[in-house]
Design a protein around this ligand. Structure first.
Ligand code: HPA
Ligand code: ZN
Length: 325
């Protein structure tokens, strides 16, 4: 319909996208064959049956397992290009993209292999699709803080090729506070700061990310709505949330998109953005997330405001930002 086309065409930024979460099952099997890696699935249909998730940890099991097929610079380039082609069709002008180096380094990839491939994909995508893209290095919160610090050491010589630091993986039981020193060092390296908080965890994780990590955006953050003081703090501080409706639905954070508090948060003055998180796993790319909100009763002006906020909440230069507004 025309609404759907309008939502696809609307200029937008994607601020919450794990590049590994854009690995489609077809590409995963192709890369497994190319790299001679055995996966425990009989065929594509068998693999596709694994996508019914109970919660965040059950999704992460499949996500980390499929990441083992990514080995070469070309693999990372191809993964990035496949995402950018799809993002371009959804009106994305700017993308700030997470990657999980700890997992790739476990799989035997050097940090330069990973980053060179992703950056090559971004450079080609910029030429081909006009999408401005940058990388956010993500630390796994369910590993020891020493591992995050060692990863920061490993990327320090490439700090100029990164725009920010993030924190992801299993949330409940892994609060942000222990990563304060990692974030302070990343800030000193010139990196912007974001963190997943308040996805499965409570509003206290959002407070922790603000106080201990000094984050400039909060990834997910929907449980902020449970605490009026946290909601007010986000509104007063102009801290944007990078929300991912289809992710929340598929990981059973909510039973229905209508149960998401995006309208309430927006009316309280919190900046809301809409993103895809792990589109190959959650049944849709960024425009599908806008469409899911439209089907749940969000109006065109509300959705246009979320898109406008996404362009305003990037870490891009003001000149580039204003070009899309
Ligand atoms: N939450 C936490 N960690 C993740 C996610 C997510 O949605 N996607 C990939 N790693
Ligand atoms: Zn995420």
């Amino acid at each position: 319909s025309t609404t759907i086309q309008a939502l696809r065409d609307m200029p937008k930024a994607e601020l919450h996208l794990h590049i590994e979460g854009s690995l489609e099952p077809e590409l995963a099997l192709r890369l497994a064959a190319r790299n001679h890696i055995e996966l425990p699935y009989r065929d594509l249909d068998d693999l596709k049956r694994q996508y019914a998730f109970e919660n965040l940890p059950s999704f992460l099991d499949l996500y980390y397992r499929l990441m083992t097929v990514l080995r070469s610079r070309e693999d990372f380039r191809d993964l990035m290009l496949a995402y950018l082609e799809r993002a371009h069709a959804d009106g994305v002008r700017r993308a700030e993209i997470f990657f999980d180096p700890q997992v790739h380094m476990d799989n035997g990839c050097g940090i330069d292999t990973v980053m060179d491939g992703l950056l090559e994909g971004l450079a080609i995508g910029r030429e081909r699709y006009g999408i401005r893209g940058d990388l956010i290095v993500c630390m796994l919160r369910d590993r020891p803080v020493e591992s995050a610090m060692a990863t920061l050491d490993a990327v320090e010589h490439r700090a100029g090729d990164l725009i920010g630091i993030g924190l992801d993986s299993a949330e409940v039981g892994y609060p942000p506070e222990p990563f304060a020193e990692v974030y302070a060092r990343a800030a000193a390296m010139g990196l912007h700061r974001v963190a997943h908080a308040g996805e499965e965890g409570s509003a206290a994780y959002v407070t922790g990310a603000l106080d201990a990590l000094h984050v400039e955006r909060v990834d997910h953050g929907i449980h902020s709505a449970d605490d009026p003081a946290v909601t007010r703090r986000l509104a007063d501080g102009g801290v944007a949330l990078t929300c991912c409706p289809l992710s929340n639905l598929r990981l059973n954070v909510v039973g229905d998109v209508r149960d998401l508090p995006l309208r309430e948060l927006a009316r309280a003055g919190v900046r809301i953005t809409v993103n895809s998180d792990d589109p190959a796993y959650f049944g849709g790319y960024i425009a599908d997330n806008y469409i899911a909100l439209a089907e749940a009763g969000y109006t065109m002006p509300e959705l246009a405001e979320f898109a406008r906020q996404s362009l305003l909440a990037t870490f891009d230069t003001p000149e580039n930002q204003s070009a899309d507004l």
